[in-house]
Design a protein around this ligand. Sequence first.
Ligand code: FES
Length: 323
Amino acid sequence: MRANAGSPSRSQPRTPGAGALDKHSARSGIRRLQNVTGLLLLASAAAGVYLLATDRSLWLLAVSHAVGLVVIVVIDLALAFLSFTRPKSAYLPSVAAGVLGVTLQLGDVFTAPQYGMAVAYFAHYLFGLWAFDILLGLQVAVLAMGVAGRPYARFLARRKSRRGAELNYSRRSFMKSVAAIAGLVGLGVVLGSVKLPPPASTQNSTPDSGSGLPAGAIANKSQLKVGAPVYFNYPKGYPNMLTLQSDGTLLALSLLCTHVCCRCTVDTAAKEIYCPCHGSLFDSNGRVLRGPAVAPLPTVTLNVDSGGYVYPTGIRNPGPCHP
Ligand code: FES
């Protein structure tokens, strides 16, 4: 890509690697390739919609990613429309969208620590989603179309009309397209990152100083009842529940699903723990009843002092979601 459109020429410049082009073959070449790009962008938007509709972890765990993906879908649709109707105008923005799409999708993998997961574990999950792989493949294909259209774009960029170059093909224009698309996606991510106050039922899940408990204690064993869990955070920000078993022993389980770390909900009546993201089900001891999770819920190790106060001391078999 050159720094600017260059000097006007109505002759038929030779484009390296493309042989001698004339304006008709260059125009029809760009049109043909942008028609394919338009179809790829439509397929990419469809894959994005499928992911948004089927992967609830996007909405429950990573809302900013979900909103970012919504913006990408809208941009794909707009660029597909432009590719069919104004192929020369769509060329540079669609290449920019392809570059950003590939970058953002691969970059997704490195957001794993934000959700308490290792990068390798999250990458295994993401690349195991066929819609994610197809989305990535389509963005790469959009880029390939951009590379294939380069000779035509360069040729047309050298043809001047009264309104300027026939096709805008400069580094500055490309960077502007990248910045505009990145700005829109970034805005979506920022909006999706706005934290709403948690529902009242999940507030104060860690006993506070007004609970009458010593610092660090989560309950007093004498006040626990079978079938009435106590919820607490340990370590800070990690949800767990403490239950008194019918044999008098205590059990504390992490409520982070061992699939991709969504917060589970507890059905005390059914004695089941359910993950709303992809439907995993655990029994009241944390054992897997139904996947996709394969590992049981981690347990929190406990210490009970002489006064009956219960303290969490560590996480056993922490799995993918705990430090
Ligand atoms: S996060 Fe996928 S089933 Fe729980």
